[in-house]
Design a protein around this ligand. Structure first.
Ligand SMILES: Cc1cc2nc3c(=O)[nH]c(=O)nc-3n(C[C@H](O)[C@H](O)[C@H](O)COP(=O)(O)OP(=O)(O)OC[C@H]3O[C@@H](n4cnc5c(N)ncnc54)[C@H](O)[C@@H]3O)c2cc1C
Length: 417
């Protein structure tokens, strides 16, 4: 018996990996740590599944925490092992190995892909894009000559899957329910430019496309749209959103709304149980990008180390990880009263830059084609910096300002690697 407190972590994903790094730095040796991970492999950079799918990186390239890393920090690992229940009264988690006791429990179970409730959704060949198993399944079909994929969802994930599978030689159709691609991150102009870039790669893009059903005998063979159109497919990839993975917490009677409700210190309604990552809801918001989850990880480690800290959400930026296509978006770009736009548009070179200002401060930015100034604009946005001094040259970026830019590439872009 070490006499140390027992810390059990459920979920070997991006958020828990970062939290353990912080914990070992903040309070080394304080806990005996046991980690459960349902996936049959250690921890990897999930963001980089897209380059792996495209054949630009190998799985080995994206491993973040190997078995050796966990061992070197004295973590007992149960990799490939699902925690099926939490017994809060006896303070144990239940899994294939039996019961594992905890003094403190961390739930970091991430999200599950949202599946459209349409006929045929359970047919073999209907896949998600969430983990390395999904990637392997897609690659297996892509290796068949002449194979076709229909990707449902023209957001970040769907487009990354579509571009990657096209690179692998598949015939690709993207179905997107909204008017333009990446409608949550891009305005219609940038969305249209993006669509053209995808079409130039031989990818068919159908916007305002409502999926009615997936049909096939033994496996998916086509997607039927509400207007009757039929899109043939050997696989259908659903990339229409995520929902927090909360089942363990709900079953254990912990307060769950859309996600597991946590306070600023990442505590759940049970003081012995903390939670972080995509499975949680903080102040009514669930997160689906990694930057806020990393902030949660730092706070959670401090809470575990009995140090003061509070999670405060900050703006985040998004970038599409498709080689040869540059897209950057941050903040608010909906049209509202009192806002001003600064726009630079060069159709010939495929460049579009839009800054949205309110009270002389950047509140949103959409960049297409040339995105190197994205992090600089983003820092101005995050710092709510006044821009009147550089108004005439602002849109041309950091290099056009009189003085050195402030921390131009130190921002919170949510793309790593
Ligand atoms: C293809 C792809 C590309 C992405 N690109 C970007 C990007 O460019 N920028 C960005 O900011 N974000 C991106 N994301 C989102 C980012 O990966 C997630 O925000 C992040 O991984 C969430 O971290 P997490 O630890 O909360 O969950 P996860 O990383 O999903 O980890 C949760 C882990 O818990 C395990 N688990 C669940 N239930 C149990 C259980 N009962 N017992 C044991 N283990 C369990 C799961 O199997 C999983 O391994 C991308 C995601 C994907 C899938």
């Amino acid at each position: 018996m070490s006499g140390r407190q027992k810390l059990v972590v459920v979920g070997a994903g991006m958020a828990s990996g970062r939290a353990l790094e912080h914990l070992f730095a903040e309070a080394p040796g304080r806990y005996d740590v046991t980690l459960f991970g349902a996936e049959p492999r250690g921890n990897y950079n999930r963001l980089m599944l897209s380059p792996v799918l495209a054949g630009e990186k190998s799985f080995e390239d994206i491993i973040t925490h190997s078995a050796a890393w966990y061992a070197s920090h004295g973590v007992t690992t149960h990799i490939g092992e699902h925690v099926t229940a939490i017994d809060r009264h006896r303070k144990v988690v239940i899994s294939r190995s039996g019961e594992t006791p905890y003094d403190t429990l961390v739930v970091a179970t991430g999200s599950a892909p949202f599946v459209l409730p349409v006929a045929g959704k359970d047919l073999p060949g209907v896949l998600a894009f969430r983990d390395f198993d999904d990637v392997q399944n897609m690659i297996a079909v892509a290796s068949m000559p002449g194979s076709r994929v229909v990707v449902i969802g023209g957001g970040l994930l769907g487009l990354e899957a579509a571009a990657a599978l096209r690179l692998r030689g598949m015939g690709v159709t993207v179905l997107h329910a909204a008017d333009h691609l990446m409608n949550r991150q891009l305005d219609p102009v940038a969305g249209a430019m993006l669509q053209k870039a995808f079409e130039d790669r031989g990818i068919e893009v159908l916007c305002k496309a409502q999926t009615q059903a997936i049909i096939g005998h033994d496996r998916a063979e086509a997607v039927v749209l509400e207007d009757g159109r039929l899109c043939p497919a050997d696989i259908v990839v659903m990339a229409v959103g995520i929902r927090p993975e909360t089942r363990l917490a709900t079953d254990a009677g912990i307060h769950v709304e859309r996600g597991i409700v946590v306070d600023d210190q990442m505590r759940t309604s049970d003081p012995h149980i903390l939670a972080l990552g995509e499975c949680v809801e903080h102040d009514g918001i669930c997160y689906g990008l990694v930057a806020p989850l990393y902030d949660m990880a730092a706070v959670l480690a401090k809470t575990l180390a009995d140090q003061p800290a509070a999670f405060r959400p900050l703006p985040t930026a998004t970038q599409l990880k498709v080689t040869g296509i540059s897209v950057f978006s941050a903040g608010d770009f909906e049209t509202r009263d009192g806002q001003e736009d600064i726009v630079l548009r060069d159709e010939e070179d495929g460049i579009y830059k839009r800054l949205i200002l309110r009270d002389d401060r950047i509140v949103g930015t959409v960049l297409y084609g040339e995105t190197t100034d994205g992090p600089w604009f983003f820092d101005l946005l995050r710092d709510s910096a006044a821009t009147s001094d550089m108004r005439g040259t602002l849109i041309f970026g950091a290099a056009f300002q009189g003085s050195a830019p402030i921390d131009p590439y130190g921002g919170r872009c949510s793309v790593a690697g």
